[in-house]
Design a protein around this ligand. Structure first.
Ligand SMILES: Cc1cc2nc3c(=O)[nH]c(=O)nc-3n(C[C@H](O)[C@H](O)[C@H](O)COP(=O)(O)O)c2cc1C
Length: 179
């Protein structure tokens, strides 16, 4: 049985570069998790660790680094919105992953407010608005558990079906149905 821990005394036969390389072989979708700071300014960061947790009650989660400036800025609002990026939004993936959490991440980005007030990025594949249910510390990350309060997947993609953005081995790509 594993237990929650923050220590770094795990004996492993591999280093963190190898861990990162192997885990990079697991493809993920790409989201921008957004929220508002106390002064009402929008914040957001690129997150691949988004996951659905529970249907009843509806819960989702994601894992920001313990020292994440973006999470610290938005945490006190008690809510966040997950934006699932489309394969036309690779520029937003890199823009919201750039270190240094200043307001410029939202420059030239079209967005509107979710019911919580958190930003919904225009033309994202889907958005999921949440209130923070719990925050657990796990190793060098938090696990933020959110109760879903509103969600939709009705963005305008110029009449075309939305296509998600995928991340694999450090690069971005698209989804190809195989059956
Ligand atoms: C595809 C992709 C997925 C990412 N997923 C995560 C993640 O799940 N958790 C995390 O803490 N950082 C993740 N990052 C890195 C953050 O986006 C990046 O460190 C960002 O600068 C964090 O903002 P902050 O420094 O203001 O906290 C990801 C980056 C990319 C490009």
């Amino acid at each position: 049985m594993s237990e929650q821990t923050n220590d770094s005394e795990h004996d492993t036969a591999f280093d963190s570069d190898h861990f990162r390389t192997v885990l990079g072989h697991f493809p993920t979708g790409v989201t921008v998790v957004s929220g508002l700071a106390e002064d009402g300014t929008p914040h957001g960061f690129t997150i691949g660790s988004f996951t659905s947790v529970s249907l009843d009650p509806p819960l989702v989660g994601f894992l920001p680094q313990l020292d994440s400036a973006t999470w610290q800025a938005m945490a006190s609002s008690g809510s966040f919105c997950v934006n699932v990026l489309s394969n036309k939004q690779s520029d937003l993936c890199w823009k919201f992953a750039k270190s240094g959490n200043d307001d410029s991440r939202f420059d030239d980005v079209d967005w509107h407010a979710a019911p919580s007030g958190s930003p919904v990025l225009d033309r994202a594949v889907a958005w999921i608005d949440c209130t923070v249910e719990s925050v657990y510390d796990m190793g060098d990350h938090h696990f933020v558990l959110g109760a879903v309060t509103a969600l939709d997947a009705d963005a305008d993609h110029n009449g075309l079906p939305p296509e998600p953005l995928l991340f694999f081995k450090g690069t971005l790509g698209g989804f190809a149905a195989e059956g």
